[in-house]
Design a protein around this ligand. Sequence first.
Ligand SMILES: *Cc1c(COP(=O)(O)O)cnc(C)c1O
Length: 445
Amino acid sequence: MEYKFLLDEEKVPRAWYNIVPDLPTPLPPPVHPGTGQPLPPDGLATLFPQALIAQEACGERWVEIPEPVREAYLLWRPTPLYRARRLEKTLQTPAHIYFKYEGGSPPGSHKPNTAVAQAFYNKQEGVKRLTTETGAGQWGSALAFACRLFGLECKVYMVRASYLHKPYRRVLMETWAAQVVPSPSPETPFARQLLAENPEHPGSLGIAISEAVADATSRTDTHYALGSVLNHVLLHQTVIGEEALVQMEMAGEFPDVVIGCVGGGSNFAGLAFPFIREARREGCPTRFLAIEPLACPSLTRGSYTYDFGDTAATTPLLKMHTLGHKFVPPPIHAGGLRYHGMAPAVSALVEAGIVQGRAYAQTAVFQAAVQFAQAEGFLPAPETAHAVKAALDEALAAREEGKKQVILFNFSGHGHFDLKAYEEFLAGRLADHVYEPAPVSSFIP
Ligand SMILES: *Cc1c(COP(=O)(O)O)cnc(C)c1O
């Protein structure tokens, strides 16, 4: 096929990297909220196919990428690694700034790296239909795209406020033949009740997750798909870092600092985990920075404890940095970073001192995004802009110290559907929200 002439097929990895066996301490297992005991292996069987459940608890370092998934990757992978020379010049920094560009996938972010894998394994086990939730619309469009590639039906519960205010992500999902409904919807009992109380209910990610899960458990032909947080999602995203390792080697450099924004932690993990492996093996003092919004700072201000993954308290308990499952983040523009918890593997690496969290306010983040766009052209998604801000700060620190630093960050997605947010920033209407600390209790019974 033609695209194979345009991309170097050999540079797309043949295996995903599982960091779990390389963690300094064993990863605390998911726990059943009723018994307080580790979740039995079949505890997730109504939601996920066996292959993904096995990957969730996998102890092997490498997991082979199935050929149909690798073939799907070839539609947009390998993704380019850029050196931001114009930005370096603008900042007058001795730092070298590299970024891995995940904005060139059809849905425009890193999320299809796991969506195509999840659609494939579900298809292989005879599932006909997938449900999911979406806030800003990035994950919903990635899954809609993946379901189209593998011939599955897709139903997306989209947070009603986004459904009304961000119609173009919905149109993209519908173009890929997904069915999109505003959540709360009249289709699940829990949400019907919410609608009866308030027909204008704006919805939330927590409610939409509850609806998608309820839909999937009510039908035998349907499973549920999650776009971040879980081990199998992080595993699939490591194609980013494995490609970047090869590309950095071609550039003749190894990063002093690796940066990613974190919502549930998957794009950060995808880039960082392979570099953590290599840095630890070679004894390199590389730093790893996970960047979050000040309005939703789970890594820097949350508690490291067992908590639910959803607002309705229906999921297994995960040991993670959390602001509490009832926490409702303010409506910042980086919708993909408005999650109360964090991937357990990322949390464990923060506890071990290998990864550092850092939080920024959104006006500073948009300032950095505009500076980046004016130097390099590419327009970052508001989520991605958090990583851009950290890369800028690191480059400026290198200038202060007069020290060459090799900076690598993950450009997790483009901002072409987020121009409303840029419009508000350019008009000076953007406000900063800062987290008000509240106690978080552990939910281990
Ligand atoms: C969803 C999203 C994120 C946040 O999710 P992670 O799982 O933390 O990666 C970051 N950037 C973009 C562009 C996204 O769409």
